[in-house]
Design a binder for this molecule. Structure first.
Ligand code: CA
Length: 230
């Protein structure tokens, strides 16, 4: 069962055959896959769509993988996006350099696809836990992405599908302020046109459902910014 739009993985690889194999295998894992064959295009895609994870080849035309990684990790909006560097260079110095500039993981070619997929999942579990099947909790609220059950203080809470995805999104990052635009992307999907006021309506329903059996409202309205859990 889907927990809202699936994680988006960007593959940046100039060798067509490798790019296609990666895209195919990532799609088979249930991820939405975007691809770029050179550095400039990768930076455009990152700016336009904020992927959940970037698989980044080291040697690329135009802008190198190292430079892309450096830029991602130096900007607040993309700093937390996991980057897995792919490299034909296996030397320890390269590995250290890759991790030094902030890459979250480093894989040497030729790699095992199964191992690479496992590493992708490990990184996504950190940034998109609900999307990879882990229980999410905040205070007395528990959400199970697999059974789609939500409880508060042990009592079952009935939520519509949109409210469920909203809650999962908030639970992935307690304390983070989500703008209405970001919630639209995460909950409704990037290709759907929905007015931002729709977000307010569904947040209102979620609040009502979470407090119907008592308990304080865990959601915070941040004026001029959006919403946060806790
Ligand atoms: Ca290359």
């Amino acid at each position: 069962m889907s927990n809202g739009p699936q994680p988006v993985v960007l593959v940046v690889e100039d060798e067509a055959a490798q790019r296609e194999v990666l895209a195919y295998n990532l799609a088979a894992q249930g991820y939405e896959v975007l691809t770029a064959d050179e550095g400039e295009r990768a930076l455009e895609i990152i700016a336009e769509t904020s992927p959940d994870l970037v698989l980044l080849d080291w040697m690329l035309p135009n802008v190198s993988g190292i430079e892309i990684c450096r830029r991602l990790k130096s900007r607040a909006e993309t700093r937390e996006t996991p980057v897995i560097m792919l490299s034909a260079r296996g030397e320890e110095a390269d590995r250290v350099r890759g991790l030094d500039i902030g890459a979250d993981d480093y894989v040497t070619k030729p790699y095992s696809l199964a191992e690479l997929m496992a590493r992708v999942k490990t990184q996504l579990r950190r940034v998109r836990p609900a999307a990879v099947g882990r229980h999410l909790t905040f205070e007395d609220i528990v959400l199970d992405p697999e059974t789609h059950r939500v409880t508060r203080g042990g009592q079952e809470i009935k939520l519509g599908p949109t409210e469920f995805r909203l809650l999962a999104t908030f639970l992935e990052r307690p304390g983070r302020v989500f703008t209405r635009e970001l919630l639209l992307d995460r909950v409704w999907g990037r290709d759907v046109y929905v007015d931002t006021r729709t977000v307010d309506v569904h947040v209102g329903r979620l609040r009502k459902a979470l407090t119907t059996q008592g308990g304080t409202d865990p959601l915070r309205t941040v004026r001029g910014a959006g919403y946060a859990l806790g």
